[in-house]
Design a protein around this ligand. Structure first.
Ligand code: MG
Length: 396
């Protein structure tokens, strides 16, 4: 079997939160399960494949999900369970791979180029990994191997659930050509609509010479980057967590932006969610990394230490907000933003005084029930926290 010049493996647990609910209560298997907060303010954090058939999606208000699927079984989130499963999956990936980049609690990339000596057949490697994750956790994982991260991710999305996709080098463009344009990262509903109005519908169309001038008018300098993606050219490296422990979150926008009024609440929302996870784990963060990717796919980052490790977002936000304003370039527009917390250490006792600690424990229970966007403590100091709360977020 010919060796690939570069090989990236992407793994994504299938509907992890909903599948975890079935592990806890096997009678839920095959039932229309969604994980989320109750109406009127709750949102769906994860939808099983059974309820997706009714049009239920993550980040949808629970009340709307119940209208679409009246027999919906709503299960509250169980973050300690997800963390436990995450560590079990990490035990498996550590056995297989020297380094793994986790982009969320249930999604990871790893470079397997050198592993080809031991695993010359990518399909055999994917099968072995899937079987081990299933045996260890009871969860199914969709795995894709390709020459770059973007194609691997797209291939996995098209082979869910419990899929295995192998896109051999040289076949990337052919794999991508028939897919709808919105399959490409960063192609949100608005950008997609604008391009579809030109009569361009598939990824392959982006490479058609007859559409070239219309595309240049529509996309300007973004076109070259999109065409490179359409060809499957993608040398984005796997960035393994250097720290043994870190947590991070990132998102790609529908429309590129450099508006702090939009960026701040999104990053603050990541911080709220990440610090909530740290508190549940009894950990505190010693430093952070803020990452921006501009419309030309150029990545800039700021990495800073906090004055002391902490896990309560109002203590951490002023440093992160300052770093954001340093990073933002007036003439750049940004397609992606990410926040990571690292140098994780056991939270020293007391990180808060006792009264505060009890209040934060109540806050965490409310977050479990309603999500990070809707609760806020009144009695605690919110240094430099002067903006409106962001609406909601959820993960698939
Ligand atoms: Mg998943």
């Amino acid at each position: 079997m010919a060796r690939w010049p570069r090989q990236i493996l992407f793994g994504d647990i299938d509907a992890m939160f909903a599948s975890a609910a079935v592990l806890t209560d096997p009678s839920l298997a095959g039932q229309p399960v969604a994980v989320g907060g109750p109406p009127p303010r709750g949102i769906v954090a994860a939808a099983s494949y059974e309820v997706r058939r009714f049009g239920v999606r993550s980040a949808m208000p629970t009340i709307q999900a119940m209208r679409l699927c009246p027999q919906l079984i709503l299960v509250p989130p169980d973050r300690p369970l997800y963390q436990r499963l995450h560590r079990q999956i990490q035990d498996v990936t550590h056995r297989f791979f020297p380094e793994t980049e986790w982009t969320s609690i249930d999604e990871f990339y790893t470079e397997t180029t050198r592993l080809q000596i031991r695993h010359p057949d990518p399909r055999e490697l994917g099968e072995a990994l899937k079987a081990d994750i299933r045996r260890t956790t009871g969860l199914t994982c969709t795995v894709a191997l390709a020459s770059g991260k973007t194609v691997a991710k797209i291939a996995a999305d098209f082979h869910k659930p419990d899929g295995l996709a192998v896109i051999a080098p040289g076949s990337e463009a052919a794999f991508l050509a028939p897919l709808p344009i919105r399959s490409l990262p960063g192609m949100g509903p608005k950008s997609t609509e604008a391009i579809e109005r030109l009569g361009i519908h598939t990824v392959g169309d982006l490479l058609e010479p007859r559409f070239e001038s219309a595309l240049v008018r529509q996309l300007g300098t973004r076109l070259a980057a999109l065409q490179a993606l359409a060809l499957g050219h993608d040398s984005d490296p796997v960035v393994a967590d250097r720290e043994a422990k870190s947590v991070s979150h990132e998102t790609t926008f529908d429309e590129d932006t450099n508006d702090p009024a939009l960026l701040e609440p999104i990053i603050h929302g990541f911080l709220e969610s990440l610090t909530h996870d740290l508190r549940l784990e009894g950990l505190a963060a010693g430093s952070f990394t803020l990452k921006l990717k501009d419309s030309h796919f150029h990545i800039t980052t700021r990495q800073r230490k906090f004055s002391s490790p902490a896990n309560y977002d109002p203590d951490l936000w002023p440093d992160i907000r300052a770093a954001l304003h340093e990073l933002l370039q007036p003439r750049s527009r940004y397609r992606l933003v990410g926040l990571g917390l690292s140098d994780l250490v056991p939270a020293s006792e007391p990180l808060f005084d006792r009264r505060q600690r009890d209040a934060v424990a109540i806050l965490d229970r409310l977050i479990e029930r309603h999500g990070t966007g809707v609760v806020r403590l009144g009695g605690l100091p919110h240094k430099g926290d002067g903006h409106k709360k962001r609406g909601r977020r959820a993960k698939d």
